[in-house]
Design a protein around this ligand. Structure first.
Ligand SMILES: C[S@@+](CC[C@H](N)C(=O)[O-])C[C@H]1O[C@@H](n2cnc3c(N)ncnc32)[C@H](O)[C@@H]1O
Length: 186
């Protein structure tokens, strides 16, 4: 039988997380929880005191959609030991953001809706919530799979005049490269 820890774990270890190692008492948010595996990696690697996790678990334009109800239950199981440091927000990203104070977060990791419209709403919505010097980033900056993510990120960075970074994580198979983080420092 496939062993999760051996096979999938490397794909949830993201370049953005490496930038937060050695920082203390982190408060952050992940948009898009799904089964909670990346959130768990963050807890295992980083000194997080509070993590807001945002996901409405509602059908959206993705192959993940049919699995959302079981994903929500899986996330509760995967994250159970960190629950005292987690604030679950079962809302759309642009609604959830209203619950968060401006300049209160050390990082935001955007991995919710992957369309151009979704990402081009998420970045400007969450940007004000991050402290100066904090990290704004996300997943799937991959032109072959998610051109809308790339376009929305590029447009925002150009408009703000910030330096965009991108780095691939572990690759799974042959074919176009995937699993690439993007980020900039606010
Ligand atoms: C790619 S999965 C997230 C995977 C997770 N970040 C990880 O790496 O383990 C995308 C998730 O985003 C959620 N999602 C879709 N639209 C959203 C929105 N508007 N706001 C917040 N979450 C959304 C979906 O329900 C889904 O669970």
């Amino acid at each position: 039988m496939l062993n999760y820890r051996e096979y999938f774990k490397p794909f949830y270890q993201r370049p953005v997380d490496d930038l937060l190692v050695n920082k203390k008492n982190l408060i952050g948010v992940e948009i898009g929880i799904f089964q909670g595996h990346h959130a768990r990696e963050m807890f295992e690697k980083l000194d997080i005191v509070k993590l807001y996790l945002v996901d409405p678990y509602r059908k959206y334009d993705s192959t993940l959609s049919p699995h959302l109800e079981s994903a929500k239950e899986e996330a509760k199981r995967v994250l159970a030991e960190f629950k005292d440091k987690i604030v679950m927000i079962y809302k759309e990203s642009v609604e959830a953001v209203k619950d968060i104070d401006d300049e209160s977060l050390d990082f935001v990791y955007i991995d919710g809706g992957h369309s151009y419209d979704a990402v081009s709403q998420d970045i400007p919505a969450w940007y004000p919530k991050v402290k100066s010097g904090g990290l704004v980033g996300g997943h799937d900056y991959t032109p072959d799979y998610f051109p809308g993510v790339v376009k929305a990120v590029d447009e925002f960075c150009k408009e703000k005049g910030v330096v965009l970074n991108a780095k691939y994580g572990v690759q799974r198979k042959e074919g176009p490269a995937t699993n690439r983080d993007w980020w900039f420092v606010k």
